[in-house]
Write a protein that binds this ligand. Sequence first.
Ligand SMILES: Nc1ncnc2c1ncn2[C@@H]1O[C@H](COP(=O)(O)OP(=O)(O)OP(=O)(O)O)[C@@H](O)[C@H]1O
Length: 269
Amino acid sequence: MENITENRLNNQEDNSGNEPILVLKEVSVSYAPGKKAVDNVSADIYPNTITAIMGPSGCGKSTLLRAINRMHDLYPNIVTSGDIYLKGKNIMKMNPMEVRRMAGMVFQTPNPFPTMSIYDNVLAGYRLNGIKLKKNEKDEIVRKSLTAVALWDEVKDVMNRRGSFLSGGQQQRLCIARALALKPEVLLMDEPTSALDPVSTNKIEELLLELKKNFTILIVTHNMSQAARISDNSMFMYLGDLVEYAPTKQMFTKPKNKKTEEYLTGIFG
Ligand SMILES: Nc1ncnc2c1ncn2[C@@H]1O[C@H](COP(=O)(O)OP(=O)(O)OP(=O)(O)O)[C@@H](O)[C@H]1O
């Protein structure tokens, strides 16, 4: 649709002197031959930013996000093409487990492992990766990760209780802690607050603003006011295309593309 160079980010001044941490180059994903759910998407994402990915249902937001941590590899019928560079390394050529460690994923519905304790939930990624840790290392990772999501004080005395014992908002913070425990470069979040009440949503939004000091965050959201509140840059996708990628303020006040404007003003979506 648009020339891909348009989508590098329509305002470089915020990023002067910065190398992108994540580079998408002509990324396409097909679930069935001849039909692209994500079509030739290119974008540079800069460190310590929050990027909102918006667009109507079925436009490819989740599909794009999943490509970034090689989740599509789990299904042989899904074909991904193009290149994705994370900290300069082409993730298409890396071990998928390493990619998933570097690009942590948080889903729409909080999904702590129901039979595991809070403590073990935080460390689940290490277990899945077959990484053995000493007790003091584990304690340190659990404490730091839960502190980073502002959950430590609430759960430090009930660490052996199951993750499912927590409220929905706490469970989502536990899932974010689980992703952070692996010290990722990028956090990929697929509508992480859509199952939460406004108070829990507000806490997660505050948390994301805090976390961006140390991480780079991509968040799929249907909530335009959320995108306006927390994101630095926004992507608008439509029918698999990345139609517009710009600083959020600019996109919300002066969208360049008619489709973006129609979506943001509620004409469709
Ligand atoms: N596992 C799958 N198998 C086949 N087609 C799929 C699969 N997942 C998604 N699709 C199709 O790919 C396209 C993009 O879907 P995707 O879930 O990425 O969109 P989305 O923008 O995240 O939508 P939503 O906002 O509703 O979550 C849609 O046409 C969808 O039907």
